[in-house]
Design a protein around this ligand. Structure first.
Ligand SMILES: [Zn+2]
Length: 372
């Protein structure tokens, strides 16, 4: 293990880390960027069609009258629903996380995602929750126009500059790198290469967002690209791994219910390369069925964690919530950052997994990864 972990309030010893949500966001705001890029219109088309051309409620409304529709994806056409940038909500969620038994949040928002490093430092001081901030580059759907002009060298220099100088005009240092792909096109390849080079240069761990539509083959290809560019597999964290475990074809499952499996074969193959698997939408309330995406229910996510532990990969699993839009907030009936400390970990213990194994997933693996 390395010497220290870099949090928004400074360096800390790895053994003091405690229960850690490895993939979350204290702040994210991508609604405006997605709208400017034309993505909201694109995602919204089938939803508006479903509702006969217009949402049957006021834009921005969150009430018992429209909550089910929002969970199903009706939030997508309205950028304000994408907003997870309210400091009052962030403070509430951090306090609820602390009460549920959480100690540290890894907030993998990049600069273009409204990261708010200074606000995170203030909230960490106020709530006592440790926060690790990220540098890196998210997928190009949220990029400002100038990012598309950047070469691999420019992007690498941008990330290394944030590591060296701090984030968002503060001296808050990043403790992790974020890389992401929703498609493996040219701009994405430049960004992945730059993130991999910065990982090799700094030794920081890197959280990798696997596109929600990625097949295991796509995911394996991305791993190859990152490793080829110099990333150390031992420092990689495979985000959204729950979508790479087993059968997601709802029609096929309904036609042949016995075909339903939760299969960790691909995840074990990734872990055999040294990569850590991240199961990371515990408590996610949205299922986005109106756009054909079904979030893996958290019981299935818990089964993936249990299967990995039983197959001898307990040292290669971490967990999180990926709280990243307004409906995740407790004040809107979401569960914020609470389901890992408040539901998953107690249920693993109640099922008889020994404390040292549960602690490895909750704290030991995060401490190993975040240490430099
Ligand atoms: Zn995320």
């Amino acid at each position: 293990m390395g010497k220290h972990i870099i949090t928004v309030t400074g360096e800390m010893p790895p053994q003091d880390l405690g229960v850690t949500s490895m993939h979350d966001h204290v702040f994210v705001g991508v609604g405006n960027a997605l709208q400017e890029g034309g993505y909201i219109d694109q995602y919204a088309a089938p939803i508006l069609e479903h509702f006969g051309g217009e949402l049957p409620f006021e834009p921005g409304e969150i009430s018992l009258r429209n909550l089910r529709a929002l969970y199903a994806g009706a939030f997508i056409p309205e950028p304000s629903y994408w907003d997870w940038t309210d400091p009052d909500i962030a403070r509430e969620e951090l306090e609820l996380y602390r009460e549920a038994g959480g100690d540290c949040i890894v907030s993998v928002s990049t600069k273009a995602m409204s990261r708010k490093a200074g606000e995170m430092r203030r909230l960490s001081d106020e709530t006592g929750v440790k926060i690790v901030a990220a540098t890196g580059l998210y997928a190009h759907e949220v990029w400002p126009p100038e990012y598309f002009e950047m070469s691999v060298d420019d992007m690498t220099a941008f990330i290394l500059g944030e590591v060296e100088n701090g984030l968002d005009g503060t001296d808050v240092k990043p403790g992790i790198i974020k890389a992401a792909a929703n498609v493996l096109d040219d701009p994405t390849l430049r960004a992945l290469t730059a993130c991999a080079r910065a990982q090799a240069e700094t030794g920081l761990a890197m959280m990798v967002h696997n596109g929600l539509e990625f097949s295991p083959d796509d995911s394996w290809e991305m791993l190859g690209i990152l490793v080829e560019a110099g990333a150390d597999p031992e420092r990689l964290i495979w985000g959204h791994s729950q979508n790479l475990a087993g059968n997601r074809d709802l029609a096929g499952i309904l036609r042949d219910p016995d075909s339903f499996t939760i299969d960790i074969e691909f995840l074990a193959r990734v872990a055999d390369e040294g990569v850590t698997i991240c199961v990371d939408t515990f408590g996610m309330v949205t299922n986005m069925e109106l756009v054909g995406f079904i979030e893996q229910p958290e019981i299935q996510q818990a089964i993936i964690v249990a299967k990995m532990m039983q197959a001898g990969y307990g040292d290669r699993v971490v967990v999180g919530h990926d709280a990243s839009w307004k409906l995740c907030a407790s004040r809107y009936a979401g569960t914020g950052f609470t389901r890992v400390p408040g539901w998953l970990l107690p249920n693993l213990r109640a099922a008889g997994y020994p404390d040292d194994q549960v602690d490895l997933v909750a704290a030991g693996n995060p401490a190993r990864l975040l240490s430099v």
